[in-house]
Design a protein around this ligand. Structure first.
Ligand SMILES: [Zn+2]
Length: 337
């Protein structure tokens, strides 16, 4: 099979590798779509992926073969490649006791979704509801990140909220908040195509933080007090400070995106208002099940996020990952093997 194999810092090679065969308790998935995640870009950029590994943890496809002792799966079943709960006796896979990271879908080096086929233990994939399209299904993992963050936050139905950054995680956080009954979702995003996607998905208002003083605008829109909650999905240098300033006294900022550089903070402004800061990382099997439920109910719209311009072939992997190392206006790149 064809696979995109990591061969060093900022180097990914398209290679012919043996198609894995499912052993006992394993399923082989024919990958339909595989999303390129910001974390894949970071691993590519900073040489964090083991040489020889196949990245890609946001994929969907069809069961192509099952090993012995596999119950519940047959050829042709539509699945997302992850989100299953580890059975009793199999320890919850984590990146170590000091971190919340839960390995989702594959272990590096191993068979990730940037390949024609991916091999998994039979408990790992989840079944796709019949009415969920492949274009929507490929967003399941990032949407689970958004659900995890909203459920960790102090969000309550009827709240006015701000989402900073309208990349995939921001646009999905926006949709989860809308589905959860936010009274207003304001989005802050400088890139025109991303801002347009936020508008199409029903944002109450979208602000360009380069042209607008977002903090004073948001405070004005929320009775001069600030919003109860803001979500940092940008990891841009100014966004965390902006978030801490735009929430009301006792408000909360949930940080989802990871900055790989120093982020300046002026503490006097928000300590005086006893603002809370909360981190959100990864997702749990419960979050994935909630996502598939929201998708089945039509609450997650992939239309403005995954379009014809999203799809790339193996031959475009190296160039696309390289291009995504610097901020771009496009929304979601998807490998169609
Ligand atoms: Zn991801």
């Amino acid at each position: 099979m064809k696979a995109a194999v990591m061969r060093g810092e900022q180097r990914i090679e398209i290679e012919d590798v043996p198609t894995p065969e499912p052993g006992p308790g394993q399923v082989l998935i024919k990958v339909k779509y595989s999303g390129l995640c910001g974390s894949d870009v970071h691993r590519f950029q900073y040489g964090m992926a083991e040489p020889g590994s196949i990245m890609g943890h946001e994929f969907c496809g069809e069961v192509a073969a099952v090993g012995t002792d596999v119950n519940g799966w047959k050829e042709g079943d539509r699945v997302v490649g992850g989100g299953g709960a580890n059975p009793d006796g199999i320890p919850r896979p984590t990146a170590g006791a000091r971190y919340s990271a839960r390995t989702v879908g594959f272990k590096s080096p191993g068979w990730g979704g940037f390949a024609e086929f991916a091999l998994m233990d039979d408990w790992r994939p989840l079944r796709l509801p019949d009415n969920v399209s492949w274009e929507t299904a490929v967003l399941t993992e990032p949407c689970a990140i958004a659900v995890h963050a909203v459920r960790r936050s102090a969000f309550r139905v009827g709240d006015q909220v701000v989402v900073m950054g309208a990349g995939p995680i921001g646009l999905l956080t926006q949709q989860v908040l809308q589905a959860g009954g936010a009274s207003a979702v304001y989005v802050s995003e400088p890139a025109p195509a991303r801002a347009e996607a936020a508008r199409k998905l029903g944002a109450t208002e979208v602000f360009d933080p380069i042209k607008t003083d977002v903090v004073s605008t948001i405070v004005e829109l929320s009775d001069g007090l600030g919003v109860p909650l803001a979500f940092d999905c940008a990891a841009a240098r100014p966004t965390l400070q902006q978030g801490l300033e735009m929430v009301r006294r006792g408000g909360e900022v949930t940080v989802i995106s990871m900055a790989w550089e120093d982020v300046p903070l002026l503490t006097v402004e928000w300590i005086g208002r006893e603002v809370e800061m909360k981190a959100s990382y990864g997702s749990t099997p419960e979050d994935w099940r909630i996502v598939l439920g929201l998708m089945e109910q039509g609450k997650i719209d992939s239309g403005p996020m995954v379009g014809p311009e999203s799809f790339i072939s193996f031959d475009e992997m190296q160039a696309t990952l390289t291009r995504l190392m610097t901020p771009q206006d496009d929304i979601q790149s998807v490998l169609a093997p």
